[in-house]
Write a protein that binds this ligand. Structure first.
Ligand code: UT7
Length: 337
C-alpha cells in the first residue's frame, strides 16, 4: 500500500514486530451450554454469531494465558524477553487483586529489565495499551514493549444468567512493539474515549472497595458480570462507527486505503451493522467470534494474529483496531503494518 498517510513527522515510530495468541484447549459449544441454561444453538447463533468458546480449567489463569500469547509474539519478533523495557497486560480478570498480572508475566518470561503494569479498560484495554506504548516509543523513552490482552471471563460468568453466559470466552493475544527510526511503518494514530456515567451497563461489582471480600453481599450474584445487553448493543454500534470515521478523517483515509478493520468481537450483529453504516465491504472486516465468543481485551490481538497468519493482512497494509466496552470505554488505533 503506497498511500501517503496524513501523519505527524516523528523521529521514532511504534512498529509492531511480533504477534501471537493463545486459547485454552477446553471448549464449550452452544449445544452443551443449552443443557445448562434455557437457551438454544439457534438463538445464540442468530443473535450473536457465536458457536463455541474456549474455557479455562481451574489451573489455567490469566497470567498463564498471557504468558503463552507473549511467548508466541516474542518468537515472531525474534526478540529475547530480557530486552523488553515495558509490559502492559490489559485485563479485567487479573491473576489476583495485587500484584499485577503483568508482574507474573514478567516473572515467567524472565523479562528482568521491564517495568510492568495492568490496564483495566475492559474490552478497550488492548487498544488503550497500544496507545500508551505508542507515546513511550515515539518519545524515545522506551525501545521495546509488549502489550497483551488476556482474559478468563468464564471465571466471573454467571452460568445461570442466559442473557450473559452465552457471550463470553477465555483467551489471550499479544504484540511486540519496537521503536522504528525513520520508518513510515507503525502506529499512525490512536484515539481513546470514555463515559463513566454509563458504568452500570457492564460491570462486576464484588470484592472491590465498595463490596469488600469480608462483607456479606446482599446479592450473591454481584460476584459475576452483569450486562445491560440492549444498551451496550446500541452504544457499541454508535461508538464504533463514530470512532472509525474519526480515524479516517484524521488520517485522510478512504475505505479504499484500508486493508482491514479489526473490531472487538462482542457480537457479529454489532460488527456487521457498524460495517454496513461505514460502507465497509465484508472482506475488510474480520470476524472470529464464532470460535471464541467475546474475550474482552484479548479479542482484538487474537483476531489480528489470526488475520496476519492467514495472509489477510500483509506488511504495509493499513489496519484499524477498534474496541468498545465497560466503563464505558472505546478507542481505536490506525496502524501501517
Ligand atoms: O463487549 C461488550 C459486552 N457485550 C455485551 O454487553 C453484549 C451486547 N449486547 C448483545 O450482544 C445483545 O444485546 C444480546 C446478545 C445480549 C441480546 O440480544 P438481543 O437481540 O438484544 O436480545 P434481547 O435482550 O432483546 O432479548 C430478546 C429475547 C427476550 O425474550 P422476550 O422478552 O422477547 O420474550 C430474552 O428474554 O430473547 C430472550 N433471551 C434469550 N433467549 C434464549 C435472552 N437471552 C437468551 C438466550 N437464549 N440466551
Amino acid at each position: 500500500m503506497n498511500k501517503e498517510v496524513k501523519q505527524r513527522r516523528l523521529a521514532y515510530r511504534a512498529v509492531i514486530t511480533g504477534h501471537g495468541s493463545f486459547a485454552p484447549a477446553n471448549k464449550l459449544t452452544n449445544e452443551e451450554l443449552a443443557k445448562k441454561v434455557d437457551t438454544s444453538d439457534e438463538w445464540i447463533t442468530s443473535r450473536t454469531g457465536i458457536k463455541v468458546r474456549h474455557i479455562t480449567t481451574d489451573d489455567e489463569t490469566t497470567a498463564f494465558l498471557a504468558t503463552e500469547a507473549a511467548k508466541r509474539a516474542l518468537a515472531e519478533a525474534n526478540l529475547d524477553a530480557g530486552e523488553l523495557d515495558l509490559i502492559i497486560v490489559a485485563t479485567i480478570t487479573p491473576e489476583m487483586v495485587f500484584p499485577s498480572t503483568a508482574s507474573f508475566v514478567q516473572r515467567s518470561l524472565r523479562a528482568k529489565k521491564a517495568w510492568v503494569f495492568d490496564l483495566a479498560a475492559a474490552c478497550s484495554g488492548f487498544v488503550y495499551g497500544l496507545s500508551i506504548v505508542q507515546q513511550f516509543l515515539e518519545s524515545g523513552r522506551c525501545k521495546k514493549a509488549l502489550v497483551i490482552g488476556a482474559e478468563t471471563l468464564t471465571k466471573i460468568t454467571n452460568w445461570k444468567d442466559r442473557t450473559s453466559c452465552i457471550l463470553f470466552g477465555d483467551g489471550a493475544g499479544a504484540v511486540v512493539l519496537e521503536r522504528g527510526e525513520g520508518k513510515q511503518r507503525g502506529i499512525i494514530y490512536s484515539t481513546m474515549s470514555s463515559d463513566g456515567d454509563r458504568w452500570k451497563a457492564l460491570n462486576c461489582q464484588a470484592y472491590g472497595s465498595r463490596y469488600p471480600a469480608d462483607k456479606k453481599l446482599k446479592d450473591p450474584n454481584k460476584i459475576y458480570m452483569e450486562i445491560k445487553g440492549r444498551e451496550v448493543y446500541q452504544q457499541a454500534i454508535r461508538r464504533i462507527v463514530e470512532t472509525v470515521n474519526a480515524c479516517m478523517d484524521h488520517c485522510g483515509l478512504t475505505i479504499d486505503d484500508i486493508g482491514m478493520v479489526i473490531s472487538h468481537q462482542m457480537n457479529a450483529r454489532i460488527i456487521e451493522s457498524a460495517a454496513k453504516r461505514l460502507n465497509l465491504p465484508n472482506e475488510k472486516v474480520y470476524l472470529n467470534i464464532t470460535e471464541y465468543g467475546n474475550t474482552s481485551a484479548a479479542s482484538v490481538p487474537i483476531a489480528f494474529d489470526e488475520c496476519v497468519r492467514a495472509g489477510k493482512i500483509k506488511r504495509g497494509d493499513i489496519v484499524i483496531f477498534v474496541a468498545f466496552g465497560a466503563g464505558l470505554t472505546w478507542g481505536a488505533n490506525v496502524i501501517q503494518f
